[in-house]
Design a binder for this molecule. Structure first.
Ligand code: SF4
Length: 127
């Protein structure tokens, strides 16, 4: 009986800790995204050139009906800005990674998300 109660208490504390850690990580990520937005001129999905190329900050939201290049299960796993030959990482990791793209440097430099995607994605040559 006592063991069962201790186990329940342990599980409860573990879940609370995991939840708090998740919230802290999510808030850190949101903060990092807000800082990146201030620090860099981030490419917006509403930008006419971005729209024409089907750019999304989150590759998972890419319109695969309009741009079927990213529709296959393999493409969904491998096609991101940070795996594209036109991308150069500036800083950050995961959802907070920011970089430059050769296509969005003129007339004014706009940064792209490492986990973004557009229809001009091209595989990096193997090293
Ligand atoms: S060309 Fe490559 S790096 Fe540039 S936005 Fe498209 S997928 Fe991202």
């Amino acid at each position: 009986m006592k063991n069962e109660s201790s186990r329940r208490e342990f599980l409860k504390k573990s879940l609370l800790t995991a939840g708090a850690t998740g919230l802290a990580m999510s808030s850190l990520s949101t903060k990092a995204q807000a800082e990146a937005k201030k620090k860099y001129n981030m490419l917006e999905e509403s930008d006419p050139q971005a729209k024409a190329l089907g750019y999304f900050k989150d590759a998972a939201k890419a319109d695969t009906k309009k741009f079927p290049k990213r529709a296959t299960p393999e493409a969904k796993k491998t096609q991101f800005c940070n795996t594209c030959a036109l991308y150069k990482k500036v800083e950050g990791t995961g959802k907070d990674e920011v970089g430059t793209c050769t296509l969005f440097m003129a007339p004014k430099l706009r940064h792209v998300k490492g986990l973004g995607w557009c229809n001009s994605w091209v595989a990096r040559p193997a090293k």
